[in-house]
Structure formats: C-alpha cells, structure tokens
Write a protein of this length. Sequence first.
Length: 99
Amino acid sequence: MTNNPMNMMFEWMKVASSYNMMALSAGEVIARRMMMMASGAMTGPDAMGMMMEKATIFATATERAAVVAASGADPVRITAAALKPYSTKTQSNVRKLRR
C-alpha cells in the first residue's frame, strides 16, 4: 500500500465492500437455517457442522492474518487475509442452502 491517501481509502473501501458482501451472505445463511430448524428439516449432522464450522473458520482466519502480518504487510492486507475465509465459507453456505 502506498502513502497516497486516495489509494489507502480505496483499499479500505474494497475491504469494507467484501465485509458487507460477507455480512449479507451470512444473514441469508442464518435465515435459511432458521427456516430449516423451524420446519424440522435440519438433520443432526447439519446442526453439528453448523456449530463446528465457526471454530474452523476462526482458526483459518487467524492463521492467514498472522502469516500475512509476519510478512510485514500493511493493515489492509492483514484484514483482507483474515476476512477471506469467512467470505468463502458464507458464500459456500449460501450456494449449498439455495439448492
């Protein structure tokens, strides 16, 4: 990242946009899973997977952020690295639950 304020702002806006997309996907996943629970359509393995994925993604995000930080990256790149596993998983869940 350069010291140009406009470039810095643009990079942070890309991170914010990615975060917003992830948040929208997460909201859809929550709504769809709540409907599954309310209708009795959620299986035991689905419920267990739903709980276990949180710890797995947290560990992956922490590891990726630490590796990027150790390489001397700027805060934008560290944040983006931490956010990527969450975004990937929420988008994957949305695709799976839309079927």
